[in-house]
Structure formats: structure tokens, C-alpha cells
Design a protein around this ligand. Structure first.
Ligand code: MN
Length: 248
């Protein structure tokens, strides 16, 4: 199996190195990741300047761009052969509920999926890489399952792993995305030059964290896998909009 590995925390992130090692037993591994941390980059492509690809001391290729740039470049020009799987992570922090909209980790996997390749995003629920070894073992377990028994169609899987020792993880369950409350307010401060500056505040706490959600599963000590789709059409609202257009 040929596996493309990327992330959004940058090519030097411990989570990337752990995921690469976990993937090596499955075959040929190709690594390309952003030069700098691009958490929150979503699906952005760099269109206003050229990009360069360099090899770091750790052997990984890095791009002075976004996670999506990395996977896009790899799949549309750099790789001689198409990979069988794209994996992203292991992210330093959770990507649950609406996080998936902003996540560069999910976006890197989504780029693979949009180009027709099964893709998986891996995230550790709490920041700080505690029990990263267990998360890497889980990633290997999930990829092993996919290798033994492929899903009937290419899927985009969003995996969140509780920061627990392997022995305390209770299993792997399929979930839907939960929902968060609105984000915390932006943080306003004064720069040394007297300008008003803003830091984007933290995401809101979970609002829909009921049974069946990613929030619920991980809080119970389970690894959560949510299959994602990319179609943003609100099919249920389409008739309302069509009626609204006819009535005015
Ligand atoms: Mn990140």
C-alpha cells in the first residue's frame, strides 16, 4: 500500500512523526507537510505567490504553504504514483463538531478525498501529545482494518482519539458530528505601538454532545470515527427557497 501523510501542525510536529512511523509497516510512505503550523487553515490554497518544496533534516518534505497546498501538490504533480490512502495528523488537539469546518488536519485529508482517494484525519482530543504512542497504535489499527477489509467506496473519516493509555481506550465507535455553542468572544488587547489588536478566541463548548456524537464517544473513552461528506447543499431547505422565489 502507498500512503501519503500530511498534517497542519507543521513538518516538525511530534504527531506527524508518530503517524509516519505507524504507517511504515503498511508499505511505502510519502510525507509532505507545511513548513509552519497552519492549524485553522481549513481548505485554503495559496494562489497569490509560488510555493517551494524542500526536504527537512528529518527526511520529510515541507512546503511554505497550507495543508491543502501540500496534498494538492503531491497528488497533482509531485508523486509519480497515486497513493492508496491519505492520512493527516496526528493533530495536537480535537477536531469535533464545527472544528471540522476550520481544521487544517481535516482539510489535508479532504483534499485527498476530493481527488478520489480514501482519506483519514487523526486528532488527539487534548493538546499536549499525552499518550501519543497509543494514538499512533490506534491509527495503525484503523489503517490495518481498512487494508484487510476496504470500505465499498472511498471515504473521508474523521478520527478523534482520547488522550488515554492504550489499555484504557474502550474501543472504536462510529459517530456523527456534535455541535458547539458559538465561539468565545475575540480577545482585544493593545500592541506596544498603541494599536488595538485582536486574538481569535477559543471555540465554544459542546452544545450537542448527546449519545451518538463524537463529543460523547470520546468523553466515554472511545475512539470516535465520523464519516464526512463534502456536499454543502441543504437539501431539506431547497423546497423552501424555491417556494420563496416563486411567491415574490
Ligand atoms: Mn493542528
Amino acid at each position: 500500500m502507498r500512503i501519503l501523510v500530511s498534517n497542519d501542525d507543521g513538518y516538525l510536529a511530534p504527531g506527524l512523526a508518530a503517524l509516519v512511523e505507524a504507517m511504515r509497516p503498511f508499505g511505502e510512505v510519502f510525507v509532505i507537510a507545511p513548513e509552519q503550523n497552519h492549524s485553522g487553515a481549513s481548505n485554503s490554497l495559496t494562489l497569490n505567490r509560488p510555493l517551494t518544496v524542500n526536504r527537512g533534516a528529518n527526511g520529510f518534505l515541507f512546503v511554505n504553504g497550507t495543508p491543502t497546498d501540500c496534498v494538492h501538490i503531491a497528488l497533482t504533480g509531485l508523486l509519480q504514483q497515486r497513493p492508496d490512502l491519505v492520512v493527516s495528523g496526528i493533530n495536537d488537539g480535537q477536531n469535533m463538531g464545527e472544528d471540522t469546518i476550520y481544521s487544517g488536519t481535516v482539510a489535508a485529508a479532504m483534499e485527498g478525498f476530493l481527488l478520489g482517494i480514501p482519506s483519514i484525519a487523526f486528532s488527539l482530543v487534548e493538546k499536549g501529545y499525552r499518550h501519543l504512542d497509543a494514538a499512533a497504535a490506534v491509527a495503525a489499527e484503523i489503517v490495518g482494518r481498512l487494508a484487510r477489509s476496504p470500505l465499498p467506496e472511498p471515504c473521508l473519516l474523521n478520527v478523534n482519539i482520547p488522550n488515554l493509555p492504550r489499555s484504557q481506550l474502550r474501543g472504536i465507535v462510529g459517530t456523527r458530528l456534535g455541535k458547539r455553542h458559538a465561539s468565545e468572544p475575540v480577545i482585544r488587547a493593545q500592541s506596544p505601538r498603541g494599536e488595538t489588536i485582536y486574538w481569535i478566541g477559543p471555540s465554544g463548548p459542546a452544545k450537542d454532545a448527546g449519545e451518538g456524537t463524537d463529543f460523547y464517544a470520546t468523553a466515554q473513552g472511545y475512539v470516535s470515527i465520523t464519516p464526512l461528506q463534502v456536499d454543502l447543499t441543504h437539501t431539506g431547505q431547497l423546497p423552501t427557497v424555491m417556494r420563496w422565489l416563486q411567491s415574490s
